[in-house]
Design a protein around this ligand. Structure first.
Ligand code: TRP
Length: 334
């Protein structure tokens, strides 16, 4: 790690499966870029994944490794970034308990992401852990005193909640934490292949970072386009076309030409999709190649996680000492 990194990043994901292109343009790309400027922590939030997967925790062990491989494959460098497993840093759980005293249930119930996720999962009752996961996320972000949190747009309410907790904590006790800022990527909410909402695993409308060339081709072929285009020379409306959205994200050099040709009916959807498939596969080719190294060498991935978690714990312990001191809970100082 270079010595001159003054500021910290913390961000992460729930290990619910493989990461997709929405994660990539929403925040992974930013993380890869910023890891050289910031002291970066990347959390694999397995406890948070339990909020919706408590009935099948046995999947987590593979999912944690899957996410770690995706990180390493896209270019997260373990020399620059500390990758940690949430449940192995108990200080985060302690911090969550302290924060839970200064957060109201009403605030959590108003959180728009909690509301939309709970509707999506069809919950008519929420567990305490699900309702409270933004509090645990605040502990994720602050155990290392993060200044910046690169995330997708749906996470903004959680960062706002974290800022509220930090302000309240600092006012009540002592100024221990910086107020973290969110940073959303170039495409904070990438549409899904169905054109309807955001790309998401649970909506089954995603292209995954580990999809094969063939899978990418088939998925792009089936992607929703401008419904007004029936014949090849009908003028198109890129502003309503999912494939055009993807050209903007993954084919920056070709997107202007595609737009002009589409509007004038000079390129058909089949050809346009073929170009997109090429662009996405170009992006994914080196990622696929790198992933193979880690698949062939699983102990490498485990080592990164063990080392990262150890380092994170040291940082967390220091923070918790300060927290106890600020809260006057350091009954027996050495
Ligand atoms: N809630 C995030 C998601 O669903 C994952 C996450 C957990 C996270 N802890 C975090 C993101 C801390 C940023 C910072 O994608």
């Amino acid at each position: 790690m270079s010595k001159n990194k003054q500021k910290r990043i913390l961000t992460g994901d729930r290990p619910t499966g493989k990461l997709h292109l929405g994660h990539y343009v929403g925040s992974l790309q930013n993380r890869v870029k910023l890891q050289h400027e910031y002291d970066t922590f990347l959390i694999i939030a397995d406890v948070q994944a339990l909020t919706t997967n408590f009935e099948k925790p046995e999947k987590l062990s593979e999912n944690v490794r899957q996410v770690a491989r995706d990180y390493l494959a896209v270019g997260i460098d373990p020399e620059e970034t500390t990758i940690l497993v949430q449940s192995l840093v108990p200080e985060i759980a302690e911090l969550t308990v302290f924060y839970s005293m200064i957060v109201t249930v009403n605030q959590l119930q108003r959180n728009p992401t909690i509301k939309s996720e709970s509707a999506q999962y069809g919950y008519d009752e929420m567990t305490y852990g699900f309702l409270g996961y933004p509090v645990s996320q605040a502990a994720d972000i602050t155990f290392c005193k993060a200044d910046l949190v690169p995330v997708g747009e749906d996470q903004l309410p959680h960062i706002e909640q974290t800022r509220r907790i930090v302000r309240k904590f600092n006012n009540l006790y002592d100024k221990v934490f910086p107020e973290p800022e969110a940073l959303v990527g170039d495409f904070p909410r990438l549409v899904g292949l169905d054109g309807k909402s955001k790309m998401s695993k649970s909506l089954d409308n995603a292209i995954y970072l580990n999809d094969s060339e063939e899978e990418v081709k088939n998925k792009v072929q089936d992607a929703v386009t401008d419904p007004a285009r029936i014949r090849i020379d009908d003028p198109g409306h890129p502003e309503v076309c999912t494939v055009f959205e993807y050209h903007k994200a993954f084919n920056k050099d070709g997107v202007k030409e595609i737009e002009g040709n589409c509007r004038q009916g000079k390129i058909g959807c089949v050809a346009c999709k073929r170009k997109l498939t090429g662009a996405i596969n170009n992006l994914l080719a080196p990622i696929r190649e790198k992933r193979v190294e880690y698949i062939n060498n699983p102990s490498l991935v485990d080592e990164v996680l063990i080392d990262g978690t150890r380092k994170a714990r040291e940082v967390a312990r220091e923070t918790l000492n300060e927290v106890r001191e600020a809260m006057k809970l350091n009954y027996f100082p050495e």
